[in-house]
Design a protein around this ligand. Structure first.
Ligand code: MTE
Ligand code: MO
Length: 429
């Protein structure tokens, strides 16, 4: 068995399967994970703020930037994770599979890390296509997995620290390689050294692994130093990974970042598609508001501290109108800038004498659905860009976009830009 595993590792040996490249791709992957985690946390707390939380409202496209980055970094994880798994694959064939309790923990944590990462980026990607083919609530699971992954990332970095520090610097790694390669490491005793390359044992072991890999007949049989072929294939590997990342990112980022729209081949949303040139996520039919939204008796009711006032659409139109340019930035990754016109929420709040520090609840005509009610902190309520929008891109708001009136505020996720408003009330603590 030991022999078999040894042969497997030998057969899989390749110049790109070395600790230096494992560290290089690991670094990029780690950075992408941290970016995803940070932007993900931000998105989470915007949707589920703790009572004391207040958020910046500028730049107005803040959420477009953070969520666009979240999805771009998540998509880049696919080629990076595949590259990393390719590099460390031979490490799977260790013998004995478990040497100690600590070794068991290490291998189990890596198995969990890989599995959870694959699940996380896959459900995330599928979600950008608005496809929810699983029985669990996406947002809660994605959020919980985010914490699990950060924990496992810290553990992984801790375990691999000796290798990471040793191979962080390219030149240092090459030096180790050259010295270590000088010794003969073809004997089965060195298989021991190979098995240890993942265990983070310092002083020469990992360097000897490279030497062993480089000494593998199929690649560098005659010489024990780093050959040109080796360098070339390593560079080729990194170039391939780079191109793959650029491709998957470049061909989808246009859904958020308008300049890349022309090459948005795989992104689920295209610019300018939909009524009034804007995509629609949930239609009026799906929300079952086709009758209530056009009913003659529709009014928007504002309520604060016992004062209630109702406005018909004509009455709202008679109030001072403000025009703002703000994006709809969906959690699912697409964003689009649009021109909105309507009444400032702060002016409506003043009409019912609402407290300047009050948070508001926005209630839609929609009878069912997770977005029928949303909440908004005073930083948004009082922002001059926050409107009860009546017009979009120079026309009366389309029914699909929330006619007779919808919310539009700076720096917020699309899910909170409530359509088909019916009631806006100050939340009394
Ligand atoms: N009442 C209500 N408002 C809603 C939604 C909804 O399902 N119901 N969807 C939200 C989501 S997820 C987004 S991204 C934006 C999309 O706006 P659009 O469909 O008008 O483009 O509206 C938001 N407003
Ligand atoms: Mo959305």
């Amino acid at each position: 068995m030991r022999r078999m595993m040894y042969e497997a590792q030998r057969a899989l040996a390749s110049p790109v399967r070395n600790p230096r490249l494992a560290v290089v791709t690991g670094r990029l992957l780690g950075a992408a994970f941290i970016v995803c985690f940070g932007t993900g946390l931000y998105s989470h707390f915007l949707q589920e703020p703790l009572p004391w939380m207040r958020f910046p409202t500028r730049p107005a496209s803040l959420y477009q930037i953070t969520q666009g980055t979240h999805i771009v970094a998540g998509i880049a994880c696919f080629p990076l994770l595949l590259a990393k798994l390719y590099i460390v694959f031979p490490d799977l064939f260790q013998w004995p599979p478990v040497k100690s309790f600590l070794h068991l923990l290490e291998r189990a944590s890596i198995a969990l890390f890989v599995g959870a990462s694959l699940v996380q980026i896959t459900i995330g990607l599928i979600n950008t296509y608005q496809w929810y083919p699983w029985p669990f609530p996406f947002r809660e699971v994605h959020y919980a997995l985010g914490w699990v992954l950060v924990g496992l990332l810290v553990l992984h970095i801790g375990i691999k620290l000796p290798i990471i520090t040793r191979f962080w610097n390219g030149r240092a790694a090459a030096e180790h390689e050259a010295t270590d390669a000088a010794s003969d490491v073809e004997s089965p005793a060195d298989v021991e050294a190979v098995r240890l390359w993942g265990s983070g044992r310092p002083s020469g072991v990992t360097g000897r692994l490279i030497a062993w890999i480089d000494a593998t007949p199929s690649f560098v049989s005659e010489t024990k130093t780093v050959s040109e072929t080796t360098t070339v294939s390593r560079r080729g590997f990194l170039t391939t990974v780079g191109i793959a990342c650029a491709a998957v990112v470049g061909l989808t980022a246009g859904q958020t970042f308008a300049p890349l729209d022309a090459v948005n081949v795989f992104g689920p949303r295209k610019k300018g598609v939909g009524p009034q040139g804007l995509p629609v996520n949930r239609t009026a039919e799906e929300a079952k508001v086709t009758a209530s939204a056009v009913a003659a008796g529709w009014v928007l009711t504002l309520a604060a501290g016992g004062v209630e006032r109702s406005f018909s659409r004509a009455e709202l139109e008679a109030l001072p109108q403000t025009e703002v340019e703000l994006p709809i930035a969906c959690v699912e990754g697409w964003s689009q800038l649009a021109l909105w016109r309507g009444v400032r929420l702060s002016e409506l709040a003043d009409l019912v004498g609402a407290d300047t520090g009050a948070s508001f609840r926005l209630i839609s005509l929609e009878e069912r659905g997770s977005f029928k009610k949303t909440e908004m902190g005073p930083e948004y309520v009082r922002d001059p860009l926050t409107l009860v929008a009546l017009e979009l891109n120079g026309e009366t708001l389309d029914l699909q976009h929330g006619y007779p009136a919808r919310m539009i505020a700076p720096g917020r996720p699309g899910v909170l830009q409530t359509k088909w408003l019916s009631r806006i009330e100050a939340i009394t603590a």
